[in-house]
Design a protein around this ligand. Sequence first.
Ligand code: DC
Length: 689
Amino acid sequence: MNPNRPAYLDIPPLQSASGTVVLPGSKSISNRVLLLAALCEGRTTLHDVLDSDDTRVMLAALPQIGCKVERDGNTVQIDGTAGHLPEACKQAQAPVKLFLGNAGTAMRPLTAALALLDGHFVLSGIPRMHERPIGDLVDGLRQLGAQIGYAGQEGYPPLQINPRSPALVGADGNLRISVRGDVSSQFLTALLLAAPLAGHTLTVEVQGELISKPYIGITLAMMQRFGVTVQRDAETGWQQFTVSAGSRYQSPGSLHVEADASSASYFIALGAIAANPAQKQQVVVQGLGTNSIQGDIAFIDAARSMGAEITATANSITIARGAWPLRAVDMDCNHIPDAAMTLAVMALYAEGTTTLRNIGSWRVKETDRIAAMATELRKLGATVEAGADFIRITPPADQQAWKQGSIQTYDDHRMAMCFALAAFNPAGLPVRIEDPACVDKTFPTYFPTLFGLTQAQTLDIPVLCIDGPSASGKGTLASTVAQQLGYHWLDSGALYRIAALAARRAGLAIDPANETAIAVLAATLPVRFATDELGGQQVWLGNDNVTSDIRTAEAGVDASKASVLPEVRKALLALQHSFRRAPGLVADGRDMGTVIFPDAQLKVFLTADAEERAQRRHKQLICQGFSANIDSLRADLQARDARDRNRAASPLLPAPDALLLDNSTLDVPASVQQVLAWWQDKQPVAPQR
Ligand code: DC
């Protein structure tokens, strides 16, 4: 696994939730319309496309089959191939190799489409993808003459696809195939999406009870948007599907992807658990509502039956707590398999036992979700019974019965997203989510979005302080540790630099005579920190990007002079405290551990010898395009150290309980590992296996 991928995220006990959220686009719709735009004739502009692991693998695959793809933020423009593989792809000696991660919504539909495009392909994914069944789809496609071989285990990816041989056409000139509907609805979706490429009228008959019907609804609706109508049997509409010969996908021009209804389930649950109407709290989900074509929109009804107070318009959903504790339910969840996982975590807050039935498909998803859910809910103190296709959950009997858990997520985004909601437990226990970056599959910004809507008690929010002299590497260390822990980062030195810059711009010399005037400016700094695309920190003062202005040698000297003024230090107090937000904070500076956050769980005092620091600062300035002289830098650092150490207000000193880290001979990863190891020792949540 990527060593930069955080090992865990500790969520402090959360108290309440309120606010408005705009969710990313639907995964199911995004991957369907990306493929449809690739197969159709003409150019399609898709708006609000989900940017996540699963859509990225689909987007990366399309140019490999001859589409022109341009992406600008969440807008994707695709020039389709009109259902033909370019000659160059057909003639190529080597097969086209497509890597599809763990995206079922890419693997299954691409298998079907490529099998009918008459080229040579190899489709593979991550190891879990090679454990997810695809045999029923392959069997269906073989009835159309498709030449598909298993490169690994029979019935599972990786697959080798070659040009098809003639299909067995019936006496009426039509093709008729059957496919199982009771393992994954994606098999039928894949066949339907590919049906216009079959060259004949194609009827697909479903064997067994079709599961997850709403996902077929999305497939039919999207095919319709691209000009292809699927005829359905008169009896139930779910047994037989026919696509006529001559059906061709036509670009709708442009199309907006609606917000993801499965992702909405976490925020609907959030409102049901934590938006207290007595305090006028509510959670509003925008970009999704009663007009949705996604089956998981029915989660609204499921959440209502557990007690949530929900009003929905065509385009928004407003949620607050209704019944509390929530009501236990006994529910058939076949129509909302993904969102039903959220109900399992809501069951922790219900009175009595909740049973979720008809969820056998959980066993073949990103992980065996029934087993995973049962194991992890038990860690929190719930009593869980699990069967082939059901789960029964009884919450911890009382506050004392809740246990602190380190939640394993099995590379399953939904496990991570659901279990974050356990942080509202009445026992006030933190919850550890292992491998939190697994949410990147469908919702890379899930945790910041969640924390943007939740409130925690200040003293419950952990703080890690890193203090030390100039150029000791605090900023790099603190920002990397913050990234690894999923915490916010406060670069307090930047605040002194910004205050000094604002004073300069207001025509004030950085001088004790102007102390009060500078303090007044500092108290109301319109400062904003943002992260750029490369993960670097951008600093804004009002509408000005001052990122490089505050990093010059003069700005450093000004900051040092401003920072000796007690009124200025006081004026920056509230701003610094405001960075202490869930899930936690890494703060670096000179007095983080001594003055600003004296109750911090861990205080690190970082040092490096002056020569080494001068070298580092020199390298840094040169890299940033500034000219620099090592001797004057060393002298400047020593003068600054003396001033920071000897000033009356908050002198630079290790807190009595600080751990000293001399990083003169350590590289950044080694320093980060040391601090993370110290942090781990201080944390109450230990992984349990
Ligand atoms: O870390 P830095 O070089 O960006 O800090 C700029 C100046 O601000 C530095 O001379 C010391 C001062 N400072 C401070 O007094 N207290 C802090 N918490 C952070 C910085």
